[in-house]
Design a protein around this ligand. Sequence first.
Ligand code: NAD
Length: 392
Amino acid sequence: MVIHPKIRGFICTNAHPVGCAVHVQQQIDYIRKQPALDDAPKRVLVIGSSTGYGLASRITAAFGGGAKTLGVCFEKEPTEKRTGTAGWYNTAAFHEAAEKEGLYAHTINGDAFSDEIKEATIERIKEDLGKVDLVIYSLASPKRKDPVTGEVYSSTLKPVGQAYTTKTYDTDRDEVKEISLEPATDDEIQNTVKVMGGEDWELWIAALHDAGVLAENCKTTAYTYIGKQLTWPIYGHATIGRAKEDLDRAAAALRARYSDLNLEAYVSSLKALVTQASSAIPVMPLYISLIYGVMKEEGTHEGCIEQIYRLFTEGLYAEDPELDEAGRLRMDAKETNEATQAKVTALWNQITQDNFHELADYEGYHADFLKLFGFGLDEVDYDADVDPDVRW
Ligand code: NAD
């Protein structure tokens, strides 16, 4: 099969197995060039392990710290007519690289919100790892089926309190335009909290604890985005922000509930980056294109793997990590500091259809977007016939 990108709106509906493997290898190579992790956890569970920040966490733990990793993700396998999803191919590439290195890797593909997948994960830990020392919670999903009631909740991306009109960039039409978003209803807010808040993270930790598979001094973290004024109306102070606030509640509850094991539970705030999840959020493609340009000029730009390596070294496994007023680990200061935000805000105020490509780093944004699906990489011959039927 010859595979070229099929882009529909903010998503690419296919993926390139060789390109995804190159993208995974680039992240492994980055980690190999860094000093090895001190006090690295040796048995790591990553929930949401196949793309974005979760994949970077798995690569950091395995190739930076020599950890055995168990991943949970929700990806589509290839069929005769369709390629697998990027996360499918990333996982296959990760397994191949881990095997070569003699590192244990196992991945469970299914709905992490369900009891069945939690049980299957616990069984696998008991059989292969005994216990886990670190649980990364990196799910990004538009929907969640409640395991008790069976009700399916959908998240929404809307402002809270009042309507909001702002600029956005329509990646499909190459158009800078205004969008107006109506405020969320109470139900929409609650549903978003149900999907992306802390409840499922708490259910995971409770299930792992009750099964006796959390090691003493185990750490766990869930990822958040806090951002600043430009993104607050659609993110930080919006429906998704409400869900993320619920993670702070959950982290405090987890620390209190599992003090018997001295469980350390953190919310970690990471920078805005192109991932499958963030490209779906209105305003973010424009904001990310601008912040990429500014941070590249400042020499402070980082991708998922750089962020997560720092999270491990300066946050999770640092002797005395700096926490913010809510007890969170902050890896986003290079983005959210006043000086950098002032530059982005100045650009934001000037941006129009005519100057967009000159003022914003859309090229960088788009290249990163394509890379998420294994496209646009110099190392790959995209006219070559490749076998999409890759397994792990
Ligand atoms: P992503 O879309 O790249 O990854 C999501 C992962 O979740 C994938 O591995 C996917 O397979 C898995 N997943 C989704 N639904 C699932 C389900 N039902 N069962 C099992 N697995 C499922 O997203 P990302 O951007 O890496 O986001 C991960 C976390 O990081 C999220 O909490 C997000 O809010 C946070 N974050 C993202 C950004 C950003 O800019 N991208 C910034 C800060 C924080």
